[in-house]
Design a binder for this molecule. Structure first.
Ligand SMILES: [Zn+2]
Ligand SMILES: [Zn+2]
Length: 463
């Protein structure tokens, strides 16, 4: 902790003043002035307390030693294990700009629109669980300087002849991209970090550990090489399309290839050594059974992203309330033949079946985090593939299959009496309802995450 020079109290970073503030006597101090001997500027490491969750292995850092009482990753309320360690010093940081109250308000207004969300997600006590966490990022600076040569051509017809004009174009490229950053924590999902991006890098300042006082930080455990190709590609694509969109070139076709290695050479693309930076994020987790949902708010811009599960009871009730007037209105306007109603039910059943299967596929991708390169890069190569989602992800589609089969049978038999069609429609309705409930359950699996299990490699990325 950082001691108040006036009264010995605890100095914490105060968002409103962007200074360190004493809890007791309200003294303000410049964050750069309260450097502890040990975290002097020259050192490339600083002292932290590492808190490890005994349940999921998730780690967060603090400059304070007072116990952390819950885990932000799996939502467990437990005293986290702590140890003193050293962490590599980031070069830069964007200090928190959004206060916790502002963050809560942003979240509440987002949740107002989520009418089918479970009530717990809107509960005051739950919302108070937002925790300010600095997420480590790798920041890449890409420069492109030098001569560029391209060949272009233009074909056209004039009278009875086809003409092709050839152009040799040469110019000078001078571009610099310095706002390419990727989250360097394997516990913070790439998808969440993309949703609350971008951060405004203009507000980046030199790092000093006292900025962390009163907040937590994630460990940087993803190697900087993981996102380098991405950063190069973004710079290349952007410069390439900038060149090609020059109005004078508009009707020319170019030889400027779009393969990565060709562009790196043609545009003299160079990546500086990536810098460690820390970006502010308000983070909260909601645990239900063996699933966890996260809510995040960009601590600088206030952009929010949340996993929002659906309360099945609320949803079905809401849909029925909506369906009833539509049904009455349609009945009032048209007269439905029973075979039309049955056909429509069978069609709906087929649609729910397709939605259901698409969801199952997405769940598998998501739970194995196949879309999260930061996470995957940190997994042991020999790890067995994660098990498929148990029973919850299977079944459910039987309802809609039953509905389609029942409808098909009735159409084939083609009975004379109408009540056959009505009975078929009712069976189809029950089948579809069954599948819809299964779809909501799966939607909730998609809107939440598996309880995390972190396997920390440690070592190479720690100071
Ligand atoms: Zn004080
Ligand atoms: Zn945990």
């Amino acid at each position: 902790m950082y001691e108040c020079p006036n009264c010995g109290g605890n100095l914490k970073f105060d968002i409103a003043s962007q200074q360190l503030k004493c809890d007791y006597c309200l003294t303000l101090k410049d964050p750069y002035e309260v450097t502890k001997d040990k975290d002097a500027e020259e050192s490339n490491a600083f002292d932290v307390t590492v808190f490890t969750c005994p349940q999921c292995g998730g780690e967060i850092l603090s400059t304070d030693t007072s116990a952390a009482e819950f885990c932000s990753f799996c939502g467990a309320s437990t005293i986290l294990d702590s140890r003193i360690s050293k962490e590599k010093r980031p070069a830069y940081i964007i200090p928190f700009k959004q206060t916790k109250d502002a963050c809560k308000e942003i979240y509440i207004s987002k949740m107002k629109r989520a009418i089918f969300a479970p009530d717990e997600l809107k509960d005051k006590k739950y919302i108070d669980g937002f925790r300010g966490i600095y997420i480590p990022y790798w920041s890449y600076t890409i420069s492109q300087r030098g001569p560029v040569h391209m060949k272009g051509q233009k074909s056209y017809a004039k009278g009875n002849y086809d003409y092709t004009d050839y152009y040799d174009l040469s110019g000078e490229v001078n571009a610099c991209y310095n706002d390419l950053s990727y989250d360097a924590s394997s516990s913070f999902s790439d998808e969440l970090s993309e949703q609350i991006a971008p951060f405004d890098v203009k507000q980046t300042v030199q790092f000093t550990p006292s900025f962390l006082s009163g907040f937590y930080a994630d460990t940087a455990d993803v190697d900087s090489s993981v996102y380098k190709e991405d950063a190069l590609r973004i710079a290349n694509d952007s410069t390439r399309s900038r060149i090609l969109s020059t109005p004078a070139f508009s009707d020319l076709s170019f030889s400027l290839s779009n393969s990565d290695s060709d562009l790196n050479t043609a545009l003299h693309t160079h990546c500086d050594t990536p810098e460690r930076t820390m970006y502010p994020v308000w983070f909260m987790s909601y645990r239900k059974g063996d699933r966890v949902a996260y809510a995040t708010v960009n601590g600088q811009t206030g952009k929010a992203a949340a996993d929002i599960p659906i309360d099945a009871k609320k949803y079905i009730l809401g849909s029925l309330l909506l369906a009833l007037p539509i049904f009455l209105l349609l009945n009032f306007l048209f007269t439905f033949k029973p075979n039309f109603t049955l056909g429509l039910s069978a069609f709906l059943a087929a649609v729910t079946f397709i939605i259901h299967m698409t969801e199952v596929k997405k769940i598998n991708t998501r739970d194995q985090r196949m879309d999260d390169r930061g996470y995957l890069s940190n997994q042991p190569k020999t790890a067995p593939p994660s098990k498929r989602e148990p029973s919850a992800a299977r079944g459910g589609f039987f309802g809609s299959i039953l509905a389609v089969i029942a409808a098909a049978l009735i159409f084939i038999i083609n009975p004379v009496a109408d009540y056959w069609y009505y009975a078929g429609t009712i069976i189809a309705f029950i089948g579809v309802l069954f599948t819809i409930i299964a779809i909501i359950k799966k939607y909730n699996i998609l809107a939440t995450r598996k309880l995390p299990q972190f396997e920390r490699k440690g070592g190479d990325d720690r100071a």
